[in-house]
Design a protein around this ligand. Structure first.
Ligand SMILES: Nc1ncnc2c1ncn2[C@@H]1O[C@H](COP(=O)(O)OP(=O)(O)OP(=O)(O)O)[C@@H](O)[C@H]1O
Length: 421
């Protein structure tokens, strides 16, 4: 093995046994004494990777793709069924440390127990204890049993031990999912400090932004195999495109199901059900709602900030229908209204009486990542409903940013030195 390599994973495969029809009662246990049936499921297949000393790699992939299993194999909590792993140097794993905690012992006792696993003497731990406790910000709780800790406190202590025992290789699983923002920042700057000291790090996280910023190389694990590895920005782009396509397919299937449901509803005379989705006199009918971009594709998945046209195709069924007002409402899938307006509110005079289409043009779709739907409506100026459709269109917004809430509010940040105030 090249002396610059810290971690080498060669043809590693791992399978789990998935048990079926587990007997639940004592009677069942007695009656079905034969061995339980199980299926074998390969959760890692022929995984190869190597990490140079001083480099930080990240593992990304959807839930259940096998990232944590690989980390457990690196930590030696699990043995691979095939292949081998070679690691040079002392390994500290956040996974192992967390798992190694004794719930009835205090935080302080756990520091001693865990650090001693790494070969530190009592004297060495004595001199490190204050630093470990201070970093974890658990001074007030360090003499309480860890079973009384929240998951955030638990991870803070585990992370603090993991980085202070001076390992050569650090394995971290989802540290950014717990703890508050301030602590996450501290973790990230500690990880950066670690990198500068030439330590090797394997990092698993769903925070693509942090992965792109911190890692030298990413491995995308998909359905138990490495699908791609390389420069973080390239791998993340491919990964997001893949997710957007899967989402597109999911939304298409949902749209198809909804279409089918609507057709069934038309046939069904259950008025109550129909009213929930669609109501109005029918004097004007919204026959089609489409989201299109400048090349006129019918879209379901959009990038945050992209321009988009929403087309409302309508047919005037009754010539007495006049003073038409068209409206749209954008909702999150949980029913939260994000925005709503209509041609009357926007003072757009709509005097046409013939069939056609109304286009609601959005210059920049500033919604944060998530799933949404459109409600659309046509009514008379006096409020007489012609056609109201709930969930006329489902769509997803994808974003490479991690802002939260509903919509992006245009803003900037300014930093002024004290002397300039
Ligand atoms: N002890 C176990 N017994 C059986 N199946 C398991 C066991 N642990 C994990 N699995 C299965 O193995 C697969 C890979 O799990 P793993 O936890 O490695 O995925 P992951 O990529 O880390 O997912 P996540 O992002 O949700 O943490 C999943 O299908 C999971 O259900």
């Amino acid at each position: 093995m090249n002396s610059n390599i810290a971690i080498e994973v060669r043809n590693v495969s791992k399978k789990y046994k998935i048990y079926q029809d587990k007997p639940v009662s004592l009677k069942e246990r007695i009656l079905y004494t034969s061995k339980s049936t199980y299926q074998e499921k390969w959760v890692l297949q022929e995984v190869n990777l190597s990490v140079l000393k001083g480099k930080m790699i990240g593992l990304i992939g959807r839930n259940g793709s096998g990232k944590s299993t690989l980390l457990k194999i690196l930590t030696r909590i699990l043995k691979p069924d095939k292949g081998e792993v070679v690691i040079h140097g002392r390994v500290s794993s956040l996974l192992e440390l967390g798992a190694g905690f004794h719930m009835d012992f205090t935080g302080r006792e756990n520091v001693y127990m865990n650090a001693s696993i790494f070969g530190l003497t009592r004297k060495e731990i004595d001199s490190l204890l204050d630093t470990i406790v201070k970093f974890s910000e658990l001074e007030a709780y360090i003499d309480n049993p860890v079973r009384t800790y929240s998951s955030g406190m638990f991870m803070r202590l585990a992370f603090s031990i993991a980085i202070h025992v001076e390992p050569d290789v650090l394995l971290i699983d989802e540290i950014l999912a717990v703890g508050d923002n301030a602590f996450q920042k501290k973790c990230i700057s500690k990880i950066e400090e670690f990198k500068q000291k030439g330590k090797t790090i394997v990092f698993v996280s769903h925070d693509n932004g942090a992965m792109e910023r911190l890692c030298d190389e990413l491995y995308w694990i998909h359905e138990s195999k490495i699908r791609q590895n390389g420069k973080p920005d390239e791998v993340i782009r491919e990964y997001l495109d893949f997710l957007a396509n899967s989402e597109e397919n999911r939304m298409k299937i949902e749209a198809e199901n909804q279409k089918e449901e609507n057709t069934n509803l038309d046939k069904d005379k259950d008025q109550a059900n129909q009213l929930e989705k669609r109501w109005g006199t029918g004097a004007v009918e919204i026959s089609k709602v489409l989201m299109v971009n400048p090349t006129s594709e019918n879209l379901h998945v959009l990038e945050k900030g992209q321009p988009i046209d929403v087309e409302l195709h309508f047919q005037v069924k009754d010539n007495n229908a006049n003073k038409l007002v068209f409206g749209v409402g954008i909702f999150k899938m949980d029913g939260t209204r994000c925005y709503g307006t209509n041609t009357l509110i926007d003072k757009v005079n709509f005097s046409h009486k013939t069939s056609g289409k109304v286009v609601y043009q959005i210059e920049s779709l500033n919604l944060v990542q998530g799933d949404y739907y459109f409600n659309v409506a046509c009514h008379h100026e006096d409020g007489t409903p012609y056609d109201y459709i709930t969930k006329a269109l489902n769509f997803s917004v994808h974003s490479r940013e991690n802002d939260v809430g509903i919509a992006y509010i245009p803003h900037k940040w300014l930093f002024l030195e004290e002397e300039n105030l």
